[in-house]
Design a protein around this ligand. Structure first.
Ligand SMILES: Nc1ncnc2c1ncn2[C@@H]1O[C@H](COP(=O)(O)OP(=O)(O)OP(=O)(O)O)[C@@H](O)[C@H]1O
Ligand SMILES: [Mg+2]
Length: 276
């Protein structure tokens, strides 16, 4: 019993997308702050290792980034890791992405295998803003996630790529963890938000309204809109998403380790072979 208690860990949420510029970062930071307002201990891993912009979106002048953590990786424990996180006034802590894209190569699967469990033991929720699409590191984050938020919008190209990504996640047996988020759902488009469940085969997507003024202001001044625009429909939709996410049951460390599909996908090129 006591052993089980010691092994408790927080939940890991990966926010990903098949296309860039769909609102991954905006939703990640606002979701994190919305959860923090519920007195939940939360950190963000900026998993967009080349061009991560979480710090910018929260106006954080990060002294350290994940690159510094990598340099300490052999001695790393939860306390040293904590000293590399930037503290946002909302209470959210952030492990920032490197400030130069070339440093992304320093972040390997092995280092992430060490960093992520330490973040999870320290926080009730850890949210990762992954890079665009599927690459080895994003797949590792998705594999480790308890919940995957796949962000789309109503653009034809985004929907096409989101559908393809859902199919790949199905092949990788990750589909059950995915919750589709349709961002800018109220924007004028040939495709209506109500058509998305049929197009993508997802019964209950989370819909986030379109509000470019609040969104771009939030990103540009670095104040998450749930902090200063809490009464807008946009903020209310994120509070609702936080409610849906946090109403899930508590999970523990003693979960069965899922088989790794990353090697299947990238080393053996299995998916490619299947289509040839
Ligand atoms: N709900 C929304 N309503 C209106 N505009 C939005 C909404 N969400 C995001 N945007 C706008 O979309 C743009 C991209 O947002 P953001 O940077 O969060 O996307 P991203 O997916 O992280 O992009 P990247 O792939 O470049 O990292 C921004 O200009 C933002 O203001
Ligand atoms: Mg981004």
């Amino acid at each position: 019993m006591s052993e089980e208690k010691n092994q408790k860990r927080g939940e890991f949420i990966a926010v990903c997308s098949a296309k860039g510029g769909v609102g991954r970062t905006l939703l990640t930071v606002n979701l994190a702050v919305a959860l923090c307002k519920k007195n939940i201990r939360i950190s963000i891993l900026d998993g967009d290792f080349q061009f991560g912009d979480v710090s910018l979106a929260m106006d954080l002048q990060s002294t350290f980034t994940i690159k510094d953590v990598i340099q300490e990786i052999t001695r790393l424990d939860e306390y040293t890791l904590a000293s590399y996180l930037s503290h946002h006034e909302s209470g959210v802590k952030v492990l920032s992405a490197p400030d130069q894209p070339e440093y992304a190569d320093l972040i390997t699967e092995e280092t992430l295998e060490k960093i992520i469990p330490l973040m999870l033991t320290q926080n009730e929720y850890t949210i990762a803003d992954t890079g665009v699409g599927l690459n080895e590191k994003t797949l590792l984050l998705l594999e480790k996630a308890d919940q995957i938020l796949l962000v789309s919008n109503l653009e034809m190209a985004t929907l096409k790529n989101t559908k393809a990504m859902l199919e790949t996640l199905e092949k990788l047996e990750l589909r059950d963890k995915v919750r589709l988020v349709v961002n800018r759902a109220t924007m004028e488009s040939v495709i209506q938000a109500a058509d998305v469940p049929d197009i993508l085969g997802e019964e209950e997507p989370i819909f986030i309204p379109n509000d470019f003024q609040i969104s771009s202001q939030s990103l540009n001044i670095g104040i998450p809109f749930v902090m200063n625009q809490g009464k807008t429909e946009l903020a209310k939709s994120v509070f609702k998403m936080a409610e849906q996410i946090s109403s899930r049951r508590e999970i523990t460390m003693i979960k069965k380790k899922a088989p790794s599909f990353i090697s299947r996908m990238f080393t053996k090129n299995r998916l490619k072979e299947e289509t040839e």
